[in-house]
Design a protein around this ligand. Structure first.
Ligand code: FDA
Length: 306
């Protein structure tokens, strides 16, 4: 049943018609729980509130289905405006982005051009930009672009590596010479068993090994998970290996396990929350429901309230 619902929500997340309709009506069906708002000002306000409780953020302007150069240029412009808004407001936040929004499916050169425009601003403002990792089809090209940008922009840019992919441990070893700041996650897309572990237990095991390897390589790790077992494992490992708190952080998604977020911040760990905003909220919202069909309850409640 759970797998059926997961697949149904992942299918719905790709529905362009529903996506277009959702844009017209603002945040609905309980999406407010996971999306900070439609306007940048809403997102900045949400981050201010997090910052006031000792939690930092990474801000993501949501976007799906880019197919023209104009749409990709608009998305790049949004990223730049988001960076400027963070700098002007003085909130403590990074930027996260998806390279398909910046035209990666149109051409690698176009995407690189937009990435350089964004990173020029980030470097000028001493900000950090994280490239989210998308599905397997974009994995190799994302690694290639990241290496190029890391050489040009140094610590201004970071990447994500997914534990469900068989290749990820090799990627971590390969990237070690760049001393990269990596966000490590389980992986959110539907992938074939030819490239990804089908069993959750194997993903979890690989996740822990990846985190250990990356930290032992002396690199900065952003451990992005809501999983108590993984979090407990990281806490134990860093203590045993005497790895300082300044070499890693925990990350969670906006609206998910908010109490656990607060507890980690109170314990003195860097806790960063991924804050999505924008009118293109529909696909992101469906993927959150796919991760945890129990969240559908919030949707049903909010439908009856409105
Ligand atoms: P898991 O799914 O096993 O969940 C562990 C526990 O957490 C659950 O039992 C539940 O208690 C709680 N939980 C998890 N999801 C929940 C939800 N939606 N609602 C309520 N409770 C929930 N993926 C990717 O492929 N590329 C990327 O760039 C990113 N980026 C990213 C950034 C950040 C900050 C986070 C937290 C996650 C990502 N992800 C991602 C998503 C990631 O790959 C993964 O799909 C989700 O984090 C869910 O996996 P968990 O590690 O939380 O474990």
């Amino acid at each position: 049943m759970e797998t059926m619902m997961r697949n149904a929500f992942l299918y719905l997340s790709k529905n362009r018609m529903a996506n277009r309709t959702a844009k017209r009506y603002g945040l609905k069906f309980g999406a407010k729980r996971f999306v900070a708002g439609v306007q940048i000002a809403d997102a900045i306000q949400a981050i201010r509130e997090l910052n006031s409780r000792g939690i930092v953020a990474t801000l993501d302007h949501l976007g799906e289905f880019i197919s023209t150069e104009k749409e990709a240029a608009d998305a790049a412009d949004y990223c730049i405006r988001t960076l400027e808004a963070i700098a002007e407001s003085g909130v403590r936040s990074h930027l996260s982005l998806k390279m398909t929004q910046l035209g990666l499916d149109i051409s690698e050169e176009l995407c690189l051009k937009h990435m350089r425009m964004i990173l020029d601003i980030a470097r000028k403002n001493a900000q950090f930009v994280r490239i989210d990792m998308e599905d397997y089809a974009h994995n190799e090209v994302s690694l290639r672009i990241f290496k190029t940008l890391r050489e040009e922009y140094g610590e201004t840019v970071g990447l994500v590596i997914q534990a469900y992919l068989y290749k990820s441990l090799d990627d971590i070893a390969d990237l070690a010479t760049y001393k990269p700041n990596l966000r490590l996650v389980k992986g959110a897309y539907k992938e074939s068993s030819e490239v990804a572990y089908p069993d959750k237990a194997d993903v979890d095991k690989n996740f822990m090994v990846m985190i250990e390897e990356h930290l032992k390589n002396g690199c900065y790790a952003a451990v992005a998970t809501h999983d108590d077992n993984i979090i407990a494992h990281v806490k134990r490992f860093v203590q045993e290996q005497q790895i300082p708190n300044s070499q890693f952080e925990f990350q969670m998604l906006y609206g998910i396990r908010t109490q656990a977020q607060q507890e980690l911040a109170n314990e003195g760990y860097t806790m960063r929350v991924y804050v999505p905003y924008g009118d293109d909220w529909y696909g992101y919202f469906m993927r959150r429901l796919a991760e945890r069909p129990a969240n559908v309850w919030f949707v049903l409640k909010s439908m009856f309230k409105s």
